[in-house]
Ligand binder design. Structure first.
Ligand code: GDP
Ligand code: IMO
Ligand code: MG
Length: 436
């Protein structure tokens, strides 16, 4: 068991393999807590060939006895939650008794999805490329202080009625020719609340008690640092704080409770949706990465844009999150390439940059500066020890560590739980993960 409370989060633009890493580490912790995002996330976990895709439910759910928590920073679409829970039940995973949802989490209302799509349509060419799950509009209502929280579904009905009326009025003013009846929304929310009632509670208190008792907690991030509403490539971002700051605000835990931060990084880079991606490739090489890496969105099925590993991005993520270590994933996808590249800086009209620019405009015209390393033909797929990796793959990892400035404590070499190398010989592994 780990006694350290560990945040596990994305260092690039999402889909780094957080689900796999969280699932694999879960038995070391007493609880896994999601702190932001919603069902825009798609976290894929393979166990002996069976595929599980988690959206709202934390990726620790496959391990019995571990409490899975949805924090106040998450936006919850009740319908999506029930679908996911029913699917899990169909696969033999029961959530009852180990799911805890914050009463302060905000609900995604039935029409938030419609507002999301409308906003995208209005932007036209300048669209964000959202997952159209209603995430942005739900956070908008939260910040505008008219949002409806999960706890509100269980409380005084007159108060909920007023809130629903206000919200539906606001919506009807935005959507032309619309006459959505508040009653419909209200009745649905009451029914949803009843189903959720057994799971709803005080997340901050639960976590404080677990932490006080020395039971390790894993804080699970969705999306990633470059999609963070503040520190990502705004406006091409999601609407929550996916970086480490979101742990405190999204769960009600104190900063000192976060004793370690593990950044998940793919051995190359992908992005789904619009916005800058300096190392983006096109043509056969992009196609090769997309096919070998099966780079299609777990939530929307959209093809992911692919590019070389961008060390400037990961170094920036290390700064924003205070990364203690990296979990490098999908190394096996690079197997067989004659050469591999790492972006170590950007060339811009204003000169060369070694640090990620604060301005997205600068990033838009940044050309990557690459270092080229020899590839490897011996497969790394399924390796569980560093010694099994060809020297060129080890050199690649070593160079990534040097230019990103973060030691790599785990290397994932396949989608299955056990296709993972943990470098127990490094001091940081013991500190973050406990004993081997
Ligand atoms: P997440 O959103 O960060 O949890 O990542 P996704 O689940 O959206 O995308 C990662 C994809 O890569 C999933 O299909 C995983 O099963 C898969 N995956 C994770 N680690 C590895 C790995 O080391 N090698 C390979 N080939 N696939 C992996
Ligand atoms: P996981 O947790 C990758 C992207 C969308 C879009 C932008 C805003 O699986 O890594 P939103 O629907 O959130 O308003 O969309 O963010 N996006 C993700 N990209 N992985 C995700 O989650 C994502 N969640 C949102 O594609 O560009
Ligand atoms: Mg994903």
């Amino acid at each position: 068991m780990s006694k350290t409370n560990l945040a596990v989060l994305g260092t690039q633009w999402g889909d780094e393999g957080k689900g796999k890493i969280v699932d694999m580490l879960t038995p070391r912790f007493s609880a896994v807590a999601r702190y932001q995002g919603g069902h825009n996330a798609g976290h894929t976990v393979y166990v002996k060939g069976r595929k599980f895709v988690l959206h709202l439910v934390p990726s620790g759910i496959l391990h019995p006895g571990v409490t899975c928590i949805i924090g106040n920073g998450v936006v919850v679409d009740p319908k999506a939650l029930f679908t996911e829970i029913d699917e899990l039940a169909g696969m033999g995973i029961a959530v009852d008794g180990r799911l805890l949802i914050s009463e302060k989490a905000h609900a995604i209302l039935p029409y938030h999805r419609e507002l999301d799509m409308l906003s995208e349509a209005r932007r036209g060419e300048r669209k964000i490329g959202t997952t159209s799950r209603g995430i942005g509009p739900a956070y908008e209502d939260k910040i505008a202080r008219r949002g409806i929280r999960i706890g509100d579904l269980l409380g005084d009905r007159a108060t909920l009625e007023q809130a629903v009326r206000d919200n539906v009025d606001a919506r009807n003013r935005v959507i032309e020719d619309s006459t959505l009846a508040w009653r419909e929304v209200f009745d649905q929310l009451i029914a949803d609340g009843e189903r959720m009632r057994p799971w709803v509670g005080d997340v901050s208190l639960f976590l404080a008690q677990a932490i006080q008792a020395g039971k390790g907690v894993l804080f699970e991030g969705a999306q990633a640092t470059l999609l963070d509403i503040d520190h990502g490539t705004y406006p091409f971002v999601t609407s929550s704080n996916a970086s480490v700051g979101g742990v405190c605000t999204g769960l009600g835990v104190a900063p000192r409770a976060i004793e370690g931060v593990l950044g998940v990084a793919k051995a190359y880079t992908t992005r789904v949706g619009e916005g800058p991606l300096p190392t983006e490739l096109s043509g056969p090489l992009a196609e090769r990465l997309r096919e070998s890496g099966n780079e299609y969105g777990a939530s929307t099925g959209r093809p992911r844009r692919c590019g070389w590993f961008d060390a400037v991005v990961v170094r920036y993520s290390a700064r924003i999150n205070g990364l203690d270590a990296l979990a490098l994933t999908k190394l096996d996808v690079l197997d067989g390439l004659p050469e591999v590249r790492i972006c170590t800086g950007y060339r811009t009209s204003g000169g060369d940059l070694s640090e990620f620019p604060a301005s997205v405009r600068t990033l838009m015209d940044a050309e990557p500066i690459y270092e080229t390393l020899p590839g490897w033909s011996t497969p790394t797929q399924g390796a569980t020890r560093m010694e099994q990796l060809p020297p060129e793959a080890r050199r690649y990892i070593e160079r990534l560590e040097e230019v990103s400035g973060v030691p790599c404590v785990m290397v994932s070499t396949g989608s299955e739980r056990d296709e993972t190398i943990v470098r127990w010989d490094s001091a940081v592994a013991g500190r973050l993960l406990g004993d081997a």
